[in-house]
Design a protein around this ligand. Structure first.
Ligand SMILES: [Zn+2]
Ligand SMILES: [Zn+2]
Length: 337
C-alpha cells in the first residue's frame, strides 16, 4: 500500500513526509482492516511533525479516517466486510486505570493516539480494534465526513465542557475546521444564543465563511465584542488568545482551550482583572468514544455544511503547509480511494 511516513521531527516547510510503498497490514484478533477513502488533516499533525507533540517514529499520521471494512480479524462481531467505518484520535484506552474506570478514557494513563502512537490514515489501509471504530450514518459523503471525526467530535467535546446554556453568548476564537462545524451545532442546539467569531485577519476567507454561516458578530483577536462572553472556545495556536478571551469573559464565564500545544507563550495575567469573578479556564484533552458516537448521531440530524479543501495522498505535505499558513478555509482532507 502507499503511505505517507513521518521519520523525523522537522519544520513542515522542510517537507518531512515521505510517500512510500509498505506492506498492507493484517488485522489481528478483534481488529478490522480498513480500505481508507478519506482522511482529514488536523492541526495536531502540525504539532506532531514539528515536535510539539512527541510521537512514535516512524509513524503514519492521520486520525480522521473514513473507509470501508476490507477484512475481519478473528473474533470480530460488530462489523461486516463492506461496512462504512470511521476511526478517530482515540485508538486505545486501557479500561482499568483510575480515569477509565471513572468514564474519562480520554485521560487514560495508557492512552494511544491514532497516527501518533500507532499508524493512522495518511495511507491506503490501516487496522484498528473493532472496539475503537465507528459505524458512520448516511448523509454526508466520505470526504465531508472525515472532518467530523476530530474537528467535529472534539469541537463537540469542547462545547459540552463550556457548560453552555441556550440564550448565552459564546465566543469562538479561531475559525478553522473545528469552529465552522461547531458553529452550526451551536445554532441548532442553542437557537437563542449569540455567536461571536474572532479570526486571524479582518475580512479573510475564514471571516467570510463565518458570515455565510450566520455569525452575530465577527472581529479579530484584540477586538472587544458588543457584549461580554458567557462561554468561549479557543482553537488557536496563540498564547495571547487565552488572555484576550479572559478579558472579554463575563463573571462566572468559562473559557475552554481546545489545543494540545500553544506555539507562543501565554502572557502573564493580573488575577483580579482576568480571573476573579469565578471565571474559569479549562483545557480539552483527547476524546472519548462516547463523544464521537454522540457527535456522529447529532451530526446526522443537523444539516451540516462542511467546507472541505481536497488534497491527494501524495499532496499531504502541501495540505499541512496550507493549514499552517491558513491558506484554505474549513477542513483539509486527503482523498485516498
Ligand atoms: Zn485532530
Ligand atoms: Zn485507562
Amino acid at each position: 500500500m502507499l503511505a505517507q511516513v513521518l521519520r523525523r521531527v522537522s519544520r513542515v516547510e522542510d517537507n518531512p513526509l515521505e510517500l512510500v510503498e509498505l506492506p498492507t497490514p493484517t488485522p489481528g484478533r478483534g481488529e478490522i482492516l480498513i480500505k481508507i477513502s478519506a482522511c482529514g488533516v488536523c492541526h495536531t499533525e502540525l504539532d506532531e511533525v514539528e515536535g510539539r507533540l512527541p510521537c512514535r517514529l516512524p509513524v503514519i499520521l492521520g486520525h480522521q479516517v473514513v473507509g470501508r471494512v476490507e477484512q475481519l480479524g478473528e473474533g470480530v462481531n460488530r462489523f461486516n466486510i463492506g461496512d462504512r467505518v470511521g476511526v478517530a484520535w482515540i485508538y486505545y484506552a486501557c479500561g482499568r486505570c483510575y480515569h477509565c474506570v471513572n468514564g474519562e478514557e480520554n485521560l487514560c494513563d495508557n492512552f494511544k493516539g491514532t497516527g501518533c502512537d500507532v499508524n493512522g490514515g495518511y495511507a491506503e489501509y490501516m487496522t484498528v480494534s473493532e472496539d475503537f471504530a465507528y459505524h458512520i450514518p448516511g448523509g454526508l459523503d466520505d470526504t465531508h465526513t472525515a472532518p467530523l471525526l476530530c474537528a467535529g467530535a472534539i469541537g463537540y467535546r469542547a462545547l459540552k465542557l463550556t457548560g453552555m446554556r441556550n440564550g448565552e453568548t459564546i465566543g469562538l476564537y479561531g475559525y478553522g475546521a473545528s469552529a465552522h462545524i461547531i458553529h452550526q451545532v451551536i445554532k441548532s442546539m442553542y437557537p437563542d444564543s449569540k455567536i461571536y467569531v474572532f479570526t486571524r485577519r479582518r475580512n479573510d476567507a475564514s471571516s467570510q465563511l463565518a458570515e455565510k454561516l450566520g455569525a452575530d458578530w465577527i472581529g479579530v483577536t484584540g477586538d472587544t465584542p458588543p457584549s461580554r462572553l458567557h462561554r468561549a472556545i479557543d482553537t488557536t495556536p496563540s498564547g495571547l488568545v487565552i488572555k484576550e478571551a479572559l478579558r472579554n469573559l463575563e463573571k462566572g464565564g468559562r473559557l475552554v482551550v481546545n489545543v494540545i500545544r500553544k506555539e507562543t507563550p501565554v502572557p502573564e495575567i493580573e488575577y483580579s482583572e482576568y480571573l476573579w469573578g469565578e471565571r474559569e479556564v479549562k483545557s480539552v484533552a483527547n476524546i472519548t468514544r462516547r463523544d464521537v458516537q454522540e457527535f456522529l448521531v447529532a451530526a446526522a440530524r443537523t444539516p451540516l455544511k462542511i467546507n472541505v479543501t481536497e488534497f491527494k495522498l501524495s499532496e499531504a505535505g502541501s495540505a499541512l503547509l496550507s493549514l499552517k499558513y491558513g491558506r484554505h478555509t474549513g477542513a483539509a482532507v486527503l482523498k485516498i480511494f
